[in-house]
Write a protein that binds this ligand. Structure first.
Ligand code: C5P
Length: 240
């Protein structure tokens, strides 16, 4: 069944812990992004996992993008956080992605840490065709996502981040080992905010997402645990 990561996009540890405590009984993973990681440092990853429950999947969304040597160094350090997933930008190119894979393998051995799955960010889900054109990239967005996802696949990453609108075309064209991790999820009636390429949780799951990344529709709802559990239950009903 499609899994869920809740994006804990908090600016400090106190707010992050409060949210993770609210979600403690719901069977979902947590995603830690740049806001919290930059504010609080690497210790927040282990601390939040412990708070949520030791086996909770943790997704460290660092979206690394730099020259291969620098990304390799950052991945080596990130492996020590023991996250299950770490993101890098596929647009950094093949050499950067391969350097990240080698660094993760080395660091996992050297520090006796689990080997995280490296995921390639394709086109951020707040960007539509006109945004892409404004930064001089190929459009439509779906073509650019496919190009970057195929690059990630051939470099040897374990999956990609894509919007729900691209799931079907990526499923048809990527290796079966590639995990599709999908933000831009908006349950019926919830505000889109800055996201532009969105679908509902059920629609994204039906299209074949491996994991959904859901932030504000859960964290800004009146009862985050109930909202998350309702989404999880609806996915279970659909899968049955
Ligand atoms: O609040 P919302 O559901 O929009 O949160 C989506 C989360 O997914 C954010 O933490 C954002 O950083 C992340 N994300 C994204 N688009 C990508 C990759 C990650 O929105 N392409």
């Amino acid at each position: 069944m499609t899994g869920i990561f809740c994006a804990i996009d908090a600016g400090n540890m106190q707010d992050a812990q409060d949210m993770v405590r609210k979600l403690s009984r719901v069977d979902i993973g947590i995603k830690i992004g740049l806001e919290l990681f930059v504010a609080e440092g690497p210790f927040c990853v282990e601390r939040l996992r412990e708070l949520k429950g030791g086996n909770t999947p943790v997704f460290l969304d660092l979206k690394l993008h730099d020259i291969p040597n620098t990304v390799a160094g950052a991945v080596r350090a990130a492996v020590r956080c023991r996250a299950d997933f770490i993101t890098i930008h596929s647009s950094g190119g093949t050499a950067m992605m391969r350097a990240a894979i080698d660094a993760a393998q080395d660091a996992a051995l050297q520090f006796s840490c689990p080997l995280p799955a490296l995921l390639g960010v394709t086109v951020l889900t707040h960007m539509d065709d006109s945004d892409l054109e404004s930064v001089g990239q190929q459009k439509p967005a779906g073509d650019q996502v496919l190009r970057l996802a195929q690059l990630a696949d051939s470099a040897g990453l374990q999956g990609v981040i894509c919007s729900p609108l691209e799931i079907a075309s990526l499923r048809a064209k990527l290796s079966s080992r590639m995990k599709l991790v999908v933000p831009g999820i908006r349950p019926e009636g919830s505000a889109a905010g800055d996201q532009k390429r969105t679908l509902t949780p059920q629609a994204a799951a039906d299209l074949g997402a491996d994991y959904l990344v859901i932030g504000r529709p859960i964290t800004q709802s009146a009862d985050p645990a109930k909202t998350a559990q309702d989404i999880l239950d609806s996915l279970k009903r659909n899968a049955a």
